[in-house]
Write a protein that binds this ligand. Structure first.
Ligand code: SF4
Length: 108
């Protein structure tokens, strides 16, 4: 996972209206849809959680959802490290699954 905020360069919302991510009610679902296809969703969410950002949609989560997550996991000191580890483990599991051979073919 990339440090600081260099991930912002790859954000799907980079050219969007900034106000589009600071909406209320049903409009939040539209804002979250933008995040669904974002390549840096994990970095974005980790940043918001680690910095206790209270407003707006970050990483596909509303402020209410982030607050609930923070309450459920009060001992997490680095969301960035936690999410990075989870992603690495998920990638490792995916590589261990029997595939269609495309990975083996790509590896030579
Ligand atoms: S996850 Fe959403 S808010 Fe975060 S950078 Fe991507 S599009 Fe923007």
């Amino acid at each position: 996972m990339r440090g600081n905020k260099d991930w912002v360069e790859d954000a799907a919302c980079r050219d969007a209206d900034p106000d589009a991510l600071f909406v209320e009610g049903a409009e939040q679902n539209r804002a979250k849809a933008l995040c669904a296809g974002c390549a840096v969703r994990t970095e974005c969410l980790a940043y918001a959680l680690d910095h206790r950002i209270e407003h707006g949609i970050w990483g596909g989560m509303t402020e209410r959802e982030r607050r609930a997550l923070l309450r459920r996991r009060p001992t997490v000191t680095s969301w960035r490290r936690l999410l990075e580890t989870a992603r690495t483990e998920q990638d490792d599991r995916a590589e261990a699954l029997p595939g269609d051979g495309s990975r083996r073919a790509a590896a030579g």
